[in-house]
Design a protein around this ligand. Structure first.
Ligand code: SAM
Ligand code: DTB
Ligand code: SF4
Length: 330
């Protein structure tokens, strides 16, 4: 390996020439060495005790044409979820105002779409403009984009576009059949080309093997430049989906995933995303120690539960963590 876990100054410099073998060495290092390095890199590149908070809103729920095996919003599976139409602007603004009052600095609007349709562009742009006017950072996740759409969103005031790689390329077909890995990469390059911050990550706990987790992290870490934001989701297993009875990932492996992401992408915001509802306070604390510095707040993610405000407030208090009040330096 060219970079040693003890050479923190070198690790703190972002590089995009990572190999899977190097990622394996990091991931499998003795736990104490791994966490010590991840925390040292973390505090070289980020405030040590601050965590950024984003709030999600599902602006269009269910009935999605894609067949992502983890998702209760796919029309391919019967999960009992009611599909809805695109939410009106006033309801979105209400939710954004509440999120801001609750302390969230970024508002992320998600739609259960395979792609953004031209007929919906104006409404989405109005939502972005509205949320931006509240002084919040804006993020959307709307599926695939075609040429020109990312530029329109940027002009409306979009700061971040979330579009996850989800897993390693060789594991993709096991989870999703209605689109390819390359489709995802193409949308991400349109987002990058339009000058929008890139938010892309994945899901663990889907029954993938260690190689797939490491493969995902390597795909993210060879992006030039690194994504500004990398959400690491733990699967929220929903009955009725193909992955609904997946066994949760071992907590130590989850923390290793976070720490490896932190070391391979030192300046990136690493978000401890879906799945916190099923995690102990101690596991979440280990994730922060391993370099996670962003979470989703609010009682709901898109359609599934998230810890309530008081639990997160108590956790931050217990750990001496402050929510970031200024937009994250990404
Ligand atoms: N339809 C768009 C798309 O897939 O890009 C945007 C919404 S989709 C719900 C956003 C992301 O949420 C997915 O890429 C996936 O990584 C994550 N996600 C969806 N269902 C999940 C679940 N049950 N557990 C964890 N993460 C999930
Ligand atoms: C991301 O990586 N995680 C968020 C956000 N991006 C859009 C979504 C998590 C969804 C969890 C399942 C649900 O609540 O529907
Ligand atoms: Fe549709 Fe997104 Fe769910 Fe896939 S993850 S089924 S694209 S809403």
């Amino acid at each position: 390996m060219t970079t040693k876990l003890t050479d923190i100054d070198a690790l703190a410099q972002p590089r995009t020439d990572w190999t899977r073998e190097q990622a394996v060495e990091i991931y499998r290092a003795p736990f104490n060495d791994l966490i010590f390095a991840a925390q040292a890199v973390h505090r070289k590149c980020h405030p040590a005790n601050q965590v950024q908070t984003s709030q999600l809103l599902s602006i269009k729920t269910g009935g999605c044409a894609e067949d992502c095996g983890y998702c209760n919003q796919s029309a391919h599976f019967d999960t009992g979820l009611d599909a809805s139409k695109l939410m009106p602007l006033d309801e979105v603004m209400d939710a954004a105002q509440k999120a801001k009052a609750g302390g969230a600095t970024r508002f992320c609007m998600g739609a259960a779409w395979r792609e953004l349709k031209p007929r919906d562009e104006d409404k989405i742009c109005d939502m972005i403009e509205g949320v931006k006017s509240l002084g919040m950072e804006t993020c959307v996740t709307l599926g695939m984009l075609t040429d020109g759409q990312a530029e329109r969103l940027r002009q409306a005031g979009l700061d971040y576009y979330n579009h996850n790689l989800d897993t390693a390329p060789e594991d993709y077909g096991r989870v999703i059949s209605t689109r390819t890995y390359q489709d995802r990469l193409d949308t991400l390059s349109r987002v990058r080309g339009a000058g929008i911050h890139v938010c892309t990550g994945g899901i663990v706990g889907m029954g993938e093997d260690e190689a797939a987790r490491i493969g995902l992290l390597t795909e993210l870490a060879v992006m030039e430049p690194h994504p500004e934001s990398v959400p690491i989701n733990h699967l929220v297993a929903v009955p009725g989906t193909p992955l609904g009875d997946s066994k949760p990932l071992d907590g130590i492996d989850f923390v290793r995933t976070i720490a490896t992401a932190r070391i391979m992408m030192p300046r990136t915001m690493v978000r401890l995303s879906a799945g916190r509802e099923g995690m102990s306070r101690e596991l979440q604390a280990l994730c922060f120690l391993a370099g996670a510095n962003s979470i989703f707040v609010g009682e709901e993610l898109l359609t599934t539960p998230n810890p309530d405000e008081h639990e997160d407030f108590d956790l931050f208090n217990a750990l001496g963590i402050e929510p970031m009040t200024m937009p994250a330096a990404e």
